[in-house]
Design a protein around this ligand. Sequence first.
Ligand code: CTP
Ligand code: K
Ligand code: MG
Length: 181
Amino acid sequence: MAVLETIAIAFWAMLPAYVPNNAAVLAGGGRPIDGGRTWGEKRVLGNGKTWRGTAIGVTAGLALAAALTLLAEDVSSLLGFTVPEFSPSAALGLAGGAMLGDILASFLKRRSGRERGAMFPGLDQLDFVVVSLPLTALLATDWFREWFTLEVILVVVVLTPILHVTTNMIAYKLGLKNEPW
Ligand code: CTP
Ligand code: K
Ligand code: MG
């Protein structure tokens, strides 16, 4: 029971970080963030990181955090344990950090010679966790301490790659994404 509780809290707390990347896939297109610039032989970020995708991704994460906050009390009494409400700074850390992590991952992919869309196992699945958690800890320290216990962080590290692989496979099958990763 305690394990299920930890999993539910981890999933709920991470939703504002999970949604931005998927929203960006749906919304992507338009001007690339790097403006077509290169660093060395390769693009700084590539055409897969756009202003529109990033803006809509962050907005979707913030909107979801606001919606979950409105639902938190009812969901908590339904489940019999408390799920977090999101402060604006926690929401920004999670949603903004997720998009930033994805962008930094593309930077690393280009530096290691990988073209847009190339796979980078490990980085692809955890890039947004690696940035969103520290950024949230920085922006919303008390909130982070309250909810992201060691157990929750462990669940996040295990659960995230599983969810990532599953959702990207579904998005690929639906024709929303060019590659299944
Ligand atoms: N996307 C976007 N802006 C972002 C992130 C994603 O517009 N900040 C959109 C792009 O259309 C991108 C798609 O979502 O092609 C899939 O995202 P992702 O897999 O992260 O990008 P890739 O195209 O695979 O590029 P990269 O190799 O740089 O990850
Ligand atoms: K990515
Ligand atoms: Mg990709």
